[in-house]
Design a protein around this ligand. Sequence first.
Ligand code: SF4
Length: 279
Amino acid sequence: MSAAANHLPAGFQLSQHSLSTYQRCKRRFWLRYVQRQPWPMAEGEQPLEYQQHLQRGVIFHRWLERAQLGLPVDLQVNATDDPLLQSWWSAWKSFDYALLPHEVLLSEYPLTIGLGAYRLYARYDLIALQREGRAVIVDWKTLQAVPSLKTLRTRLQTRIYCYMLACAGNILTQGAPVAPERIEMCYWFANEPEATVYIPYSRANLEDDRVLLTELAEEIAGAPEEAFTKTERQEYCITCAYRTLCERAGTSGSPRAAEWLDEDVDFALDLERTPAVDW
Ligand code: SF4
């Protein structure tokens, strides 16, 4: 049976992760963000390598969160015998904060803005800004491989994070707007810290993103249930929790860990912080 169009209630919360998911697999968006289906994949069914990488990512982000709040972390770091986690940590310790503006420094900062009839939510790893100067959004990435600059520039995360900061940055500056051309997105990679990239934003980007995001929200809201189809890229299914439900449990190949890792790490962390979080 088809769901009626406009099935997203007014005020429905979209997010960086939910919109990125929609772009890659509409079915996953439907199951996870509309139906709120509990994850049917039993622990242990996920590819071991992915599970381990996910757990490491969660632990690492917990450490960063504590460290950025000024809380001690050395006890936890010294207690781990995972060499990869230790190497990520020592890479992060070498991150040069002097390269960032530092009048306002906010870690794990949640922001919500309006998007037409809906809301758009993102949680930032770190926002560093000068009230009259640069505003840098830092994202700590634990991906196994560094994506190309083109991929990073065009990925929805870059567009949404910068767009939202340009729209609502005045909250952080006690009134002064944050002009889009002052905003940069910084991706730092735990596995390749020397590959850190800074991506500038602009007013033209802001206008493009406003159109893109509004159209995306309207497309989702107006689509019937049957439009939320399974992805044709079956390699995405290998690490997706819904693969049994989608009858894709037998999919084999090389897991595309990067596809869901950010979302799964943030989901696990959001559950810890706010058990009833509205994704
Ligand atoms: S298993 Fe595959 S088709 Fe099903 S929701 Fe996940 S990614 Fe989409």
